[in-house]
Design a protein around this ligand. Structure first.
Ligand code: SF4
Length: 443
């Protein structure tokens, strides 16, 4: 029987491991007497110059390899599943969980409730720490897994237990304090549910987390996301315009206090709060270096600033006429409208903006990133799309041409009978117009 360890997938031919006879299928069990649980252990333990590596061959035979190498010189091994092993999942039952509100028929990976501190470090995934005991906290500190991204929601222990339905959820402040004392940096978020963890509870959360500055580097405040698929789930409602304004004012009050105390705003309301409220998006200077764009904080400001720069590159006219269309969600529609109007000021360019409701998740889901291929197909079918349809890249799976519902860009193009081009932002759109014109001019 094989012991645990990391299973070798590939060995570079001229590497240290290759010369020592390590082969795909071998299991790496220990380095310098310490068990290797995952790629993080492996990287940490093999950074030394002198190594004693315990390996198990596929036939069960164990080899002890003595290795002398340069500091940080790699052994030349890659591992099955990247050496991560099984992803840790969450044991929570959060009242606002988006995974619980997913319709069926989505790809299986969207139903995974991962809560893995290793992925928080490696990919920026938010974690709750409810499945992270003292040994794991010690491991985070020892391996220096920093920064981490933590979903706090509230620092009130009873309220956090109620919101996440996990008996250990109330330990969050002692966990954060331990990590802060060990020098781990953290970015945090609070998903706000109206009347539950906002108001005085939010004041408490901001105050407590701000007290852990500079270890806790930022707090993003985002509104709860609600789909149409909430039957049998905890009763929640979305934020109204006035409530969103109240949250923004509250966050701004704290930003002023932090700016005068630590010269950093620390807490940020997400773009969604600003768009719901109808308030002006703050200047770039108020985003403190944009620590949480992945969480929808500051993306609209970056978009607007990108547009300001790209607009200067717009040609006055194009000789090769371009007729096309742009699709987005209801939240970003008003932001995109003036951009499309300005682009249509270019003689020869005519773009139509289609602001689409989300039929798949329900119209309360208003962000462009959650529109599916089927939403686009059904809403745009039979409409005048011109020769090309531009869609924001956030609608697609990272580094892929696939929408959330597994429809590909090519499927959509075939269904609508139009070219479909994914763009990251306004600069991309302007670049497309200029490139087409250049091709045309060059014959
Ligand atoms: S931590 Fe909460 S919100 Fe996240 S997946 Fe688990 S239950 Fe859902």
């Amino acid at each position: 029987m094989r012991d645990h360890g990391l299973v070798v997938q590939d060995v570079e031919p001229d590497s240290i491991a290759g010369e020592l006879g390590v082969e795909p299928g071998d299991s790496l069990l220990q380095v310098n007497g310490k068990a290797v649980l995952d790629i993080l252990d492996y990287r940490y333990l093999t950074a030394e110059e002198n190594l004693e590596v315990l390996l198990q061959k596929e036939n069960g035979e164990q080899w002890l390899l003595d290795i002398e190498k340069d500091l940080d010189e790699p052994l030349g091994i890659t591992f099955v599943e990247g050496g991560w092993g099984k992803t840790r999942s969450c044991g929570n039952n959060c009242i606002f969980c988006f995974v619980d509100q997913m319709p069926s028929q989505m790809r299986p990976s969207l139903y995974v409730k991962d809560d893995d501190y290793r992925l928080s470090f490696a990919q920026g995934n938010f974690i709750t720490l409810t499945n992270t005991g003292p040994q794991e906290l010690e491991r985070i500190a020892r391996l220096r897994l920093s920064p981490l991204y933590i979903s706090v929601h509230t620092t009130n222990p009873e309220l956090r237990r109620e919101m996440m339905m996990h008996p250990r959820a109330g330990e969050i402040m002692s966990q954060l304090t331990y990590l802060a004392d060990k020098g781990i940096k953290m970015h945090t978020q609070a998903v706000l549910c109206p009347g539950i963890n906002d108001g005085e509870q939010l004041d408490r959360t901001i105050k407590d987390l701000g007290g852990l500055w500079p270890a806790v580097r930022s707090l993003a405040v985002v509104p709860v996301g609600l789909t149409a698929w909430r039957e049998g789930l905890y009763e929640l409602r979305p934020y109204s315009r006035d409530e969103a304004r109240t949250v923004i004012d509250q966050v701004r009050g704290w930003q002023e206090a932090f700016n005068s105390q630590i010269e950093y705003p620390f807490v940020f309301a997400s773009d969604e709060f600003y768009l719901i409220s109808g308030r002006l998006i703050p200047d770039a200077g108020q985003y403190g270096g944009f620590p949480q764009t992945e969480n929808g904080v500051g993306l609209v400001r970056l978009f607007m600033d990108e547009w300001e720069a790209a607009a200067r590159n717009l040609p006055v006219q194009v000789k090769m006429p371009l007729r096309g269309s742009v699709a987005t969600g209801t939240l970003a529609g008003p932001v995109l409208q003036p951009v499309i109007e300005a682009i249509n000021g270019v003689k020869g360019v005519q773009l139509k903006l289609y602001i689409l409701e989300n039929q798949f998740f329900g119209k309360t889901v208003n962000v462009a990133g959650l529109l599916t291929g089927r939403d686009l197909q059904s809403s745009l079918s039979g409409r005048d799309l011109g020769e090309v349809l531009f869609v924001p890249k956030v609608m697609l799976r990272r580094d892929d041409d696939v929408f959330l519902d597994d429809m590909t860009v090519a499927d959509l193009a075939a269904g609508l009978g139009v070219a479909v081009v994914a763009v990251t932002g306004p600069a991309d759109l302007v670049q497309y117009i200029k490139t087409v014109e250049r091709w045309w001019k060059n014959g």
